[in-house]
Design a protein around this ligand. Structure first.
Ligand SMILES: NC(=O)c1ccc[n+]([C@@H]2O[C@H](COP(=O)([O-])OP(=O)(O)OC[C@H]3O[C@@H](n4cnc5c(N)ncnc54)[C@H](O)[C@@H]3O)[C@@H](O)[C@H]2O)c1
Length: 149
């Protein structure tokens, strides 16, 4: 007999609506949670958040500019596997003296102590290792995570 599974049949099955509600709440929390980092750094000492940017192409490049334009962060490192590509030129020109990397592990290894937060604007399949390594080092992250895919 064809039977639709329900929540009562399988307590571990998460209802789509409940899941989406949780995701939205988590997203709202992240947005709010990111604010104290910027606020603390700027209010206490006038320091800016030292931001490393991983994936500086299309959307990642737009993120770099948006975050920089807040005036609350300084860009301390740029990372892109295709650093010489035309779509990274805009950011390279805007930040000519910022150290560049093609491997996020080298960037975090070499500059970890000088980085407060990492912006992750690489394709979806590469978000996880970059965000996890950064968070495991105590860094804040901004990740271009799609809500559904
Ligand atoms: N918020 C939005 O409206 C919006 C819109 C478009 C894309 N996105 C998201 O932004 C992210 C990037 O999308 P895109 O369209 O700019 O992709 P893209 O492929 O055009 O650009 C990704 C950039 O990351 C670089 N890159 C790839 N792997 C890397 C790695 N391991 N380390 C460092 N750099 C790496 C690439 O060389 C490229 O410059 C995706 O997660 C996508 O879902 C969000």
């Amino acid at each position: 007999m064809d039977q639709q599974p329900t929540q009562s049949m399988d307590p571990l099955r998460i209802h789509r609506r409940v899941f989406l509600k949780g995701v939205l709440e988590a997203g709202a929390f992240s947005a709010v949670a990111a604010q104290p980092l910027f606020a603390q750094k700027t209010a206490r000492s006038g320091d800016k958040v030292r931001l490393a940017c991983c994936g500086i192409g299309n959307q990642g490049g737009s993120d770099v500019k948006s975050l920089f334009n807040t005036g609350l962060c300084e860009i301390v490192a740029l990372c892109d596997t295709d650093m010489d590509a035309p779509h990274t030129l805009d950011i390279r020109k805007k930040f000519p003296d910022v150290p560049r990397f093609q491997d996020f592990r080298r960037m975090l290894d070499k500059m970890g102590k000088d980085i407060d937060a990492v912006c992750v604007g690489v394709p979806d399949f590469s978000h996880f290792p970059i965000a996890m390594l950064a968070m495991s080092m105590g860094k804040h992250v901004f990740v271009e995570k799609p809500m559904v895919s």
